[in-house]
Ligand binder design. Structure first.
Ligand code: SAH
Length: 220
């Protein structure tokens, strides 16, 4: 957690976003709501889009990728049930917004992005905001980050056909992973738990993510 990080600007927009799009839709985890009140989402989009940063939708971030809709970020984060002690793996850093929300709520965040320009931009932003518990790497996140494994929590921000086996292998016993599973037409937000070495899954509604690319993706 980073008590020193300040989300200067757009405070009222952020407050409204949390009240109207997140709390009102049933997300009750007070720590998640507080983290989303703090992280300056407008900093994670290009200057011309800043006025729309707190709207109820995803936005383009270049490289044909998107920053996820605020509600989806809140839902995925709350499904992870973070208490502050966890080591988290994120696949698909993108803008780094979800990464910052995770950094507010976990002990350490390791995030992997396949596109180097996005990873570089996210790293600079995260460092500039003062987070010291985030590591961002370029690579295929579906292979995990074996040097840092096991992870208490894993969040995948790109859609794929199934749970990539390396990610389940790198999930700690009792750990939780959240990811969108389906096809290019749409996915189901899925919670995976590792209980006694076995995989348990639960579905949490429809969603639409950009595709996971590379091994364990739809096309490969
Ligand atoms: N939570 C991010 C979402 C970014 S979109 C945000 O709110 O900004 C998903 C990201 O996953 C994209 O940046 C895409 O490049 C990345 N991605 C897709 N497949 C990947 C893979 N196999 N490994 C790592 N990153 C991947």
């Amino acid at each position: 957690m980073n008590p020193g990080v300040l989300g200067a600007g757009f405070e009222r927009e952020r407050e409204r976003m949390v009240d109207e799009q997140i709390a009102r839709r049933g997300i009750t985890d007070a720590r998640v709501l507080q983290a989303m009140r703090r992280v300056p989402r407008h900093r994670f989009v290009e200057e011309p889009l800043r006025d729309r940063a707190y709207g109820d939708h995803p936005l383009p971030i270049g490289e044909q990728q998107t920053i996820s809709q605020p509600y989806i970020v809140a839902l995925m984060t709350s499904l992870l049930a973070l208490h502050g002690t966890e080591k988290v793996l994120e696949v698909g850093t993108g803008s780094g917004y979800q990464t910052a929300v995770l950094a507010e709520l976990a002990r350490r965040v390791c995030s992997i992005e396949r596109l180097a320009p996005l990873a570089a931009r996210a790293r600079a932003l995260i460092e500039g905001l003062g987070y010291t518990n985030v590591w961002i790497r370029v690579g295929n996140g579906a292979l995990g980050w074996s040097d840092e494994a096991p992870f208490d929590r894993i969040l995948v921000a790109a859609g794929g056909p199934g749970v990539p086996p390396p990610l389940f292998e790198q999930l700690a016993e009792g750990g939780r992973m959240v990811l969108p599973l389906g096809d290019a037409e749409g996915q189901i937000l899925t919670l995976v738990e590792r209980v006694g070495g076995e995989m348990r899954t639960r579905a949490f509604g429809d969603c639409m993510f950009v595709p996971l690319v590379g091994k364990y993706a739809w096309e490969s």
